[in-house]
Write a protein that binds this ligand. Structure first.
Ligand code: NAP
Ligand code: ZN
Ligand code: ZN
Length: 351
């Protein structure tokens, strides 16, 4: 199927219209009309060649929501007209221990999981993502959406920003009686605040943007700390069970490690193109503190997060844009000037 898309032809070429081919649905496939796609900072890292191994043309987008157009003969979970989502993965080996445990993002197969974009498909082009009118995906990697259709633009970011913060919050036990920090209140961070709050944790936002403070409280934070203010930071020394750090640039981790309790953990989800300065060892060993990492989330936990959000009326705060506005959106994202996620209305691809 010839499908309209927007692609970057190189790391330095602005996005422009591009036609891609989508496969006709096989027996296990779901063909989806894409209605909205969120704009993740990973799209920018990839399109601009900040991460290794990018193949061009590059069509990013892994916060996909839309409507089922057609299903293959063996598809049991979905039917035409249903609202569905696709996140960061479209395939994995399905047989390794991680896949068996429902943690496809940590697939140990020969090529790991297949990313929704820039993922290897063998013999040529990599996968193309959600900056496009349609996509065909194996039913295992399709998520059911039970939010109302009117909320769809704001549901899209749950497929990456939502699950990427949900997974570490759940894994490290965020909930009543726990004090949880979220660092960097952009696309991921604002979902981290909403989800940590909804899970019942005492939630503290860390921001470099004084202008966001009141809004971060509205998102659900009990308290907001300006991370550049040493006095405000010191007031929280040794008090956090968990900190989820979403910042997309290298920075001093020690300032946050010092805020962890004994046995507290800071989980890095932000993925800068160059490393953070090495953290101070004594700061870790004296309180058995840990620094960990976490990658998106498995399909089963993504469905769990979507259902939780539908039940608790949680969506992302979005600014809906046209596909043609993507370059401006990237420039604003680099300036932390997004409240708090761009969501592309794919109807704009038709114009
Ligand atoms: P984003 O919307 O740009 O948010 C990042 C936030 O970090 C900004 O809004 C800003 O918040 C803060 N920030 C920016 N520059 C900073 C600086 N110089 N120092 C300190 N803080 C700064 O990006 P995103 O889409 O949330 O993605 C964040 C990172 O996570 C990216 O690297 C992305 O690739 C990565 N990611 C990882 C996974 C995973 O599975 N691990 C999944 C998705 C994305 P304030 O204004 O509040 O300071
Ligand atoms: Zn993402
Ligand atoms: Zn696997």
């Amino acid at each position: 199927m010839q499908t309209k898309a927007f692609a970057a032809q190189s790391a330095t070429t602005p996005f422009g219209p591009h036609i891609i081919d989508r496969r006709a649905p096989g027996p296990e496939d779901v063909a989806i009309e894409i209605l909205y796609c969120g704009v993740c900072h990973s799209d920018l890292h990839t399109a601009r060649g900040e991460w290794p191994g990018v193949q061009y043309p590059c069509v990013p987008g892994h916060e996909i929501v839309g409507k089922v157009m057609a299903v293959g003969a063996k598809v049991t979970k979905f039917k035409p007209g249903q609202l569905v989502g696709v996140g960061c993965m479209v395939d994995s080996c399905r047989t390794c221990g991680a896949c068996h445990d429902g943690l496809e993002q940590y697939c140990e197969g020969p090529v790991g999981f297949t990313g929704t974009y820039n993922g290897p498909v063998g013999g040529g082009a990599n996968t193309y993502g959600g900056y496009s009118a349609a996509i065909t995906v194996d039913q295992h990697f399709v998520l059911a959406i039970s939010h109302a259709e009117k909320d769809l633009a704001a549901v899209a970011p749950l497929l990456c920003a939502g699950i990427t913060t949900w997974s570490p919050l759940k894994h490290w036990g965020a909930g009543p009686g726990k004090k949880v920090g979220i660092v960097g209140i952009g696309g991921l961070g604002h979902m981290g605040i909403k989800l940590a709050h909804a899970l019942g944790a005492r939630t503290v936002g860390f921001t470099t943007s004084p202008g966001k403070v009141e809004e971060i409280k509205r998102l659900g934070a009990d308290e907001v700390v300006i991370s550049k203010d040493e006095k405000q930071m010191a007031a929280h020394a040794g008090s956090f069970d968990l900190i989820v750090n979403t910042v997309a640039v290298p920075h001093n981790l020690d300032a946050y490690v010092s805020l962890l309790k004994r046995d507290g953990t800071m989980v890095l989800v932000g993925a800068p193109s160059s490393p953070h300065p090495s953290p101070a060892v004594f700061n870790l060993v004296f309180r058995r503190r840990a620094i960990a990492g976490s990658l998106i989330g498995g399909i089963a936990e993504t469905q769990e997060m979507l259902d939780f959000c539908a039940k608790h009326n949680i969506v992302s705060d979005v600014e809906v844009i046209k596909m043609q506005e993507i370059e401006t959106a990237y420039e604003r994202m680099l300036k932390s000037d997004v409240k708090y996620r761009f969501s592309i209305d794919m109807a704009s691809l038709k114009t």
